[in-house]
Design a protein around this ligand. Structure first.
Ligand code: F6R
Length: 236
């Protein structure tokens, strides 16, 4: 595992974007696993800049996102599909049909999970998976539990995650309680993993995840078993 500490969110975003850009340049038809949340916003801004400068071409890239809230359509501005469209996809030359986000409105979420895993397998797996980390150690929405879940599956979000997500909603009541998330199998089978975290409040959980006991109670700790993980952390 490579652990890179930087001094600012700007530097974190530039480094993360450079790693993703190098993946896209070295394998133009790669599969990128993408994340939402506040951490990747700066990274996506940089990627948009590189694409608009003509330095990066997304036209043959496929993307698969980690997760989606249950019950929100892609038109809902709180959905992760909407987030991806507005923070990245609408501004680069990726083909919309090649961008995948789990369907949080699927009638049968278990079935949706199975289809999503099959889709990822049929694409040949993920070349580079971008991750953030929750204050409780979640990756995707794999929350602390008694066991790791491999498949893409529906989850009930932890109270601490609901509270953390509330900053994006008008009121606490509007924060979805359920989500569908990629499981540990597709994440761990990604050829490379890039985890980004910023803010002094992430330091403790990050250290626990990277150097502590490997346990489903700290979901990100499973990454210690992955052969190619880069972590970029900025305390500011
Ligand atoms: C988002 C996701 C989550 C976030 C995590 C950190 O798609 O899967 O695991 O990466 O909650 O969120 P931020 O970056 O907002 O601190």
């Amino acid at each position: 595992m490579r652990f890179i500490t930087v001094n600012s969110y700007e530097e974190l975003s530039r480094k993360a974007a450079n790693i993703i850009a190098s993946q896209v340049i070295s394998k133009p038809n790669c599969v990128l696993g993408l994340a939402t949340g506040s951490s990747p916003v700066g990274t996506y801004k940089k990627l948009i800049e590189y694409c608009n400068n003509g330095d990066l071409d997304f036209s043959t890239v496929t993307s698969v996102n980690l997760d989606e809230y249950v019950g929100l359509t892609g038109e809902n501005d709180q959905s992760y599909r909407y987030f991806m469209n507005t923070n990245l996809f609408n501004h680069v030359n990726i083909i919309p049909e090649n961008t995948y986000v789990p369907n949080g409105c699927a009638e049968n979420l278990e079935e949706e999970g199975k289809n999503y895993d099959k889709l990822i397998a049929d694409l040949g797996g993920i070349d580079l998976q971008l991750l953030g980390i929750g204050l409780d150690g979640h990756i995707g929405f794999n929350e602390p539990d008694e066991f790791f879940v491999g498949a893409t599956h529906p989850v009930t979000l932890d109270p601490s995650t609901i509270e953390a997500n509330a900053r994006f909603f008008v009121s606490m009541d509007e924060v979805p309680r359920k989500a569908i998330t990629m499981g540990m199998m597709s994440i761990m089978q990604a050829k490379k993993i890039l985890l980004i975290a910023n803010g002094s409040n992430k330091k403790e959980i990050l250290e626990k995840a990277m150097y502590g006991e490997i346990t489903p109670k700290v979901p990100a700790s499973i990454l210690q078993l992955h052969p190619d993980v880069t972590v970029i952390f900025s305390e500011n």
